[in-house]
Design a protein around this ligand. Structure first.
Ligand code: SF4
Ligand code: SF4
Length: 95
């Protein structure tokens, strides 16, 4: 499982919790989830992140039927235009 992706969003998929249903593979608009040729301890071919392309949309997360098989990790960006706009509005209201 990837634990860091250089500040880019990525799905963290648990090999042990995944049941290999492939819903996330079908749901991903960026085609960046694959199914392993190996089996986990429960006998399922588990999903894994292909390593690039994730945009953090969470479609895979919302379609996964397993409660703890998947997380989406995203990172706050200081230069995000929306956060800059919100901060400037808050500053103006507090004056
Ligand atoms: S968050 Fe979106 S782009 Fe990223 S792996 Fe999931 S479905 Fe694909
Ligand atoms: S949707 Fe969930 S259980 Fe199904 S393959 Fe993807 S991570 Fe595994």
């Amino acid at each position: 499982m990837i634990t860091n992706n250089n500040g880019n969003p990525y799905p963290a998929i648990s090999e042990t919790e995944c049941k290999g249903c492939q819903r996330c593979v079908i749901a991903c608009p960026e085609n960046c989830i694959g199914i392993s040729s190996e089996f986990n301890d429960a006998g399922y071919q588990y999903a894994y992140y292909l390593g690039e392309g994730c945009v953090g949309c969470r479609d895979c997360y919302y379609t996964c039927p397993e409660p703890i098989a998947m997380e989406i990790h995203t990172f706050k960006r200081k230069s995000n235009p929306m956060s800059v706009l919100i901060k400037s509005k808050v500053r103006r209201q507090n004056k």
